[in-house]
Design a binder for this molecule. Structure first.
Ligand code: GAR
Length: 204
């Protein structure tokens, strides 16, 4: 059984969607560890309530050295739990090149926009404020640049005239919860090839 390591910083609804997909047999994997840089992240509490191992590793600062030291502690936990795939689920901290190199093409992230549009923070608000008519969410491999790696799966979400940014964000989140477990299942199947920036499925 493939082991997932989940990294989160907040409420953890994507983590819970992954957990639900496993419980419902849509995703053949187990969650080996949930890690957070935020000790008070509601997602950590939710993980513990589900009987999962959940640990906070508080961040010590944002400088290169502090980041490397924090990532080394995170990596030690992921290795100790024999994690096959690292899933960033609202993990709002940039990870270091050493972290990326430790899990080559084995770190995935979900981002609430159709990348490469609107990388960075508050992507749903960025899209809303820009006035786009279609936005969505993207699951991608993590590389050394922010919200940049090879795209695995995207789902489009329409923007309605009567929308608020909050209503739009909620509509995107619904799709995130569907698309993230599906993308993780695809990656774990190993049935894909990467050509340049293109993720290509070998079978459907
Ligand atoms: C989600 O919308 C996720 O796409 C976003 O944070 C939210 C976390 O919610 N991630 C990013 O913006 C990463 N750049 P959750 O804690 O309920 O899963």
């Amino acid at each position: 059984m493939k082991k997932l390591g989940i990294l989160l910083s907040g409420r953890g609804s994507n983590f819970l969607a992954i957990h639900r997909a496993i419980a419902e047999g849509r995703l053949d994997a187990e969650i080996a560890i949930v890690l957070s840089n935020k000790p008070d992240a509601p997602g950590l509490e939710a993980a513990r309530a589900l009987g999962l191992k959940a640990l906070a590793i508080p961040q010590q600062g944002k400088g290169t050295e502090a980041r490397a030291a924090h990532d080394a502690l995170m990596l030690a936990e992921l290795w100790a739990h024999n994690v096959d795939l690292v899933c960033l689920a609202g993990y709002m901290r940039i990870i270091s090149p050493a972290f990326v190199a430790a899990f080559p093409n084995r770190i995935v992230n979900i981002h609430p926009s159709l990348l490469p549009a609107f990388p960075g923070l508050d992507a749903q608000h960025q899209a809303f404020d820009h006035g786009v008519k279609v936005t969505g969410c993207t699951v991608h491999f993590v590389d050394e640049a922010v919200d940049h790696g090879v795209i695995i799966l995207q789902r489009a979400v329409p923007v309605h005239d009567e929308d608020t940014a909050e209503a739009l964000a909620a509509r995107i989140l619904e799709q995130e919860h569907i698309v993230y477990p599906e993308a993780i299942a695809r990656v774990l199947s190993g049935d894909y090839a990467i050509q340049d920036r293109r993720y290509l499925r070998r079978s459907s």
